[in-house]
Design a protein around this ligand. Sequence first.
Ligand code: 3HC
Ligand code: NAI
Length: 649
Amino acid sequence: MSVVTTKMQGDIAVVTIDNPPVNAASQAVRQGLLDALRATEARQPAAVVLICAGRSFVAGADIREFDKPFLEPMLPELLNAIEAATRPWVAAIHGTALGGGCELALACSHRIGAPTAKIGLPEVNLGLIPGAGGTVRLPRLIDPIEAARLAVTGKPVSAAKALELGLFDRLAEGDLLAAAIALAKDAATQPRPEPLLTRAAPKVDRATWDAAMAKLTAKARGQDSPHEAAAALRDALDHDGVTALGLERARFMRLKASPQSAALRYIFFAERAVGKSPRTKDVPPRPLARIGVIGGGTMGAGIAASALLAGLGVQMVERDTDAASAGAARVEGILGGALNRGLISEAKHAAALARFDAASDYATLADADLVIEAVFEDMAVKKQVFAALEQACKPEAVLATNTSYLDVNEIAASVTDPSRVIGLHFFSPAHIMKLLEIVVPEAVADDVLATALHLAKTLRKLPVLAGVCDGFIANRIMSSYRREADYLLEDGALPHEVDAAMRAFGLPMGLFEMQDLAGLDIGWAARKRRAATRPASERYVDIADHICEAGHFGRKTGRGWYLYGPEGTPERNPDVEALIVAESARKGITRQSFTAEQIMTRILGCMQSEGAAILSEGIAASREDIDVTMVNAFGFPRWRGGPMFMQTA
Ligand code: 3HC
Ligand code: NAI
């Protein structure tokens, strides 16, 4: 059956695209639309409604076709032909109308949206700009700065916002198709709006425009596409529609061939490929309605809030009633913040709180389907907690640990049934960070793994599977490049030079600034714990230990790698710099200067060799697992794809 079908409903032709999963505008869809256009032009219905089957309107061009030669008919020409149709075309939008899907809707004479629909131009997220008239038609329909906001940030807007902007003519009350047919009938009796392509470009004061674009592109951090989208929008204002369309296409084609777009497309598919295991195919997860969280500190509170926001019930257990109250207050603080920022409604906030309880008694966990332990990072404490869980929980309850580094096999072996134990390593803040490392111990049961993946989906997290080792994927690579950054200090670099090199590379923050923010005491405690087992032959840099010994733990004490004034801006710390120079001398190292590029070559090389070791040991199953982890855990620039992608690209 064709992916595009046309049926008459009275005097209205209803053209339906049915190309699961997201109705991407593949060659078959484009050909089907061209055929439908020809048929409706020949038949001359009063008007045409264009609607999609399944979960969404067209979610964009088919990205899978981008690495192949172009296939006719091409989207821009098809859209020009739809715009030039003699009958009105009404786009009936549900789900998401993104990229080429938004452009298709713009080529129609009218647009109606379901109240839950979203529309936008996310091409920048793939290192592209709209390539089928989006930057040309949109600023001729709505306020050009609002058009630029869509194309430059890539963020879609809600149906209500689209109506307010004039991007939708109407919202559908009730049945979308019926409402679209009503709009089509009205459109058939009214004069046709002038096609967007032939409308005059709106005038925007240059200074206002430049200021708005500077703001919109401020967060691009080395990524070209937002700047290119802003430039394409400018072209659209400076030229007639047809000329601007040619310029947009040329820009799109150039970007499609760029390394940044290749990297962003790679990571788009990598994020959808990870978190799958052949072991869980056809294995149903265990029931998941109420979870337990042990520990109401930074992580426990974030995990509890994340679960509550996803509709689960949460029982928190702390050491004593005071600690339980403090944990509950943390959770309430996070939920209150979400309410104040308008992220959740009053009703959702109240329902989340009603599903939450905090206590000091493990007996409250009797009905929990899965329990996540987030207590101190100490094997003895963790084992005590697991022993208590074994007593308190039903036998089929999954027992998970949020440990950052500890041996999950050892924790599993401490209970009678190790097959129920798994690692669920969340990142801080746990209610915000999307990444979830699922640490798979040797004895884990398939349906426990399936339950962990199901939990990730319920929490809308991005799961990556990791084997058991010190630090799993994320922290193991971080520890290794942290070590390298410490070597760089002894070899001649200063903290601000390392941080500047990392920011220039595209990371949101340098490693030393990040440590100051997190608190130097955490790493210090971990180093002291490991001191006994550290091989004497290992090169060890103790600069951070000296800073901590002096009582300086970073931002929270006003001093760390940097000095922090009342404004909180990091300033170079002369005492630390003197200490670094003295340490080099003490070890007999002749300090040399490094360029930003040399610094990043060492740090990146270290990430890559640790990544290669992780792959060869089977801790990660694919390079995608490592790259998705690095991009989502530590802000490795998406537009570089990830350390492993960079090695092979
Ligand atoms: N082309 C090809 N495949 C696509 C696709 C696209 N545009 N969009 C999504 N898919 C695939 C995904 O790879 C995934 O495949 P899988 O099941 O084999 O892993 C499947 O569709 C479902 O996608 P998600 O898992 O992401 O489903 P969600 O419901 O979470 O999200 C979505 C749906 C919001 C549409 C999200 O997939 C998305 O953001 N897609 C990309 C949208 C986009 O960037 N569009 C612009 C494309 S470029 C363009 O249009 C150029 C034009 O200007 C010329
Ligand atoms: P935290 O110190 O903020 O919280 C730990 C909480 O556990 C405290 O509230 C404490 O009262 C409670 N607790 C201790 N023993 C307990 C017991 N026997 N029963 C019940 N509650 C008990 O620590 P944080 O940062 O939340 O870390 C918790 C775990 O999460 C650690 O294993 C850590 O390695 C891991 N983790 C931490 C991340 C972070 O960025 N902070 C990131 C990912 C994992």
